[in-house]
Design a protein around this ligand. Structure first.
Ligand code: SF4
Length: 331
């Protein structure tokens, strides 16, 4: 789920996602509002840094937008995922939105959260309305947390871990704990040992190890090598997998993106603007990609009602690279 969306657009996709299949994204916040200002964030610097919950996008308007989008789709997506321009648990209507989504679609509901507010019992109760939770935890020591995640005042990793332990006890769905590693910041032996101990205490269904795969908010932030990520995942005391694609297969890779566009438009014809919004490419790059796919015979044009739609004409090849979800931005 890439890039920032226009102010008036709360729903994006569906897009193929490595972790969640075909996922319809819902963004409850605008502009970027988060409890953290992570150095690696793919959305750029946090515009509003706060740990105070509030009402951002209007919940009923968001649900109406989802309803309209679902009506356009030939089949329901695999997941409806709360993610986007910041931290979804900041929205006071999180529970109302999840309950509304449950009524709208048989799709499973997922929430990507940075876990900073799960020490709040009300937030935990609301999160329990989802089917899959993907909380993140990048640091255990307050020094690394402050340096890497640059939190709003008053947040500390010990409270997050305690909240995650309580959430795990309350929540009956799947919990996948994401840990995003940045070279030289949270990959020391000491920090990794603390992260493993925290993960063991939280006891998620699995741990997902990630690294920086898209341009970060702050220049100079470096990913870990894929081999090192695999070593670290293997050393975790509970099931752990690497979700960052090997270099050259990041979501921004043209081959992967091309496969995504073909797959998406096979299910539902899209305009150039739809594809631009889904891909995160600029208008020129999107048009270039469409020209290439047309020339390869993988898309065809279908004029309708004074617009041109693009339809995929082939299945994504078996064994094609699995498109990844982003680098941990847009929680
Ligand atoms: S990566 Fe996620 S948690 Fe961190 S600043 Fe970006 S949106 Fe917030």
């Amino acid at each position: 789920m890439s890039g920032l969306r226009p102010r008036d657009q709360a729903v994006f996709g569906p897009v193929p996602s490595r972790r969640l299949g075909l996922s319809l994204g819902v963004d409850l916040l605008w502009p970027k509002t988060c409890t953290l200002d992570c150095l690696y964030c793919e959305l750029g610097p946090t515009t509003v840094l706060t740990a105070r919950r509030g009402r951002f996008r209007d919940a009923q308007a968001v649900l109406a937008e989802v309803r309209a989008r679902l009506a356009e789709l030939a089949a329901p997506p695999d997941f409806i995922t709360l993610a986007g321009s910041g931290e979804p648990t900041l929205h006071l209507d999180l529970g109302l939105v999840l309950a509304g989504l449950r009524e709208l679609s048989p799709a499973r509901l997922a929430v990507l959260t940075n876990a900073t507010l799960v020490s709040d019992a009300q937030v935990r109760a609301e999160l329990c309305l989802a089917d899959v939770l993907v909380p993140s935890l990048d640091a255990v020591s307050p020094r690394v947390f402050r340096r890497l995640n640059r939190p709003a005042p008053g947040l500390d990793p010990a409270a997050m871990i305690e909240g995650l332990v309580a959430l795990r006890r309350q929540f009956s769905g799947q919990m996948w704990l994401e840990i995003l590693l940045v070279a030289g910041l949270n990959d020391s032996d000491e920090e990794l040992a603390a992260l493993k101990a925290a993960a063991r205490t939280i006891a998620p269904d699995k741990v997902q190890i990630n690294t920086v795969v898209r341009p970060p908010a702050v220049a100079g932030i470096r990913p870990l090598e894929h081999g090192r990520l695999q070593e670290i995942a293997a050393s975790f005391p509970l099931p752990a997998e690497v979700i960052a694609p090997p270099r050259g297969q990041a979501q921004g890779d043209r081959g992967v993106l091309a496969a995504q566009v073909v797959e998406m438009t096979r299910r539902r014809p899209c305009t150039c603007e739809d594809i631009e919004a889904m891909s995160g490419l600029g208008p020129q790059e999107t048009r270039r990609l469409l020209r290439e796919l047309l020339a390869q015979g993988r898309l065809r044009e279908e004029p309708f009602d004074r617009q041109v739609f693009y339809r995929g004409v082939e299945a994504t090849a078996p064994g094609a690279p699995d498109p990844s979800t982003p680098n941990g931005g847009c929680k």
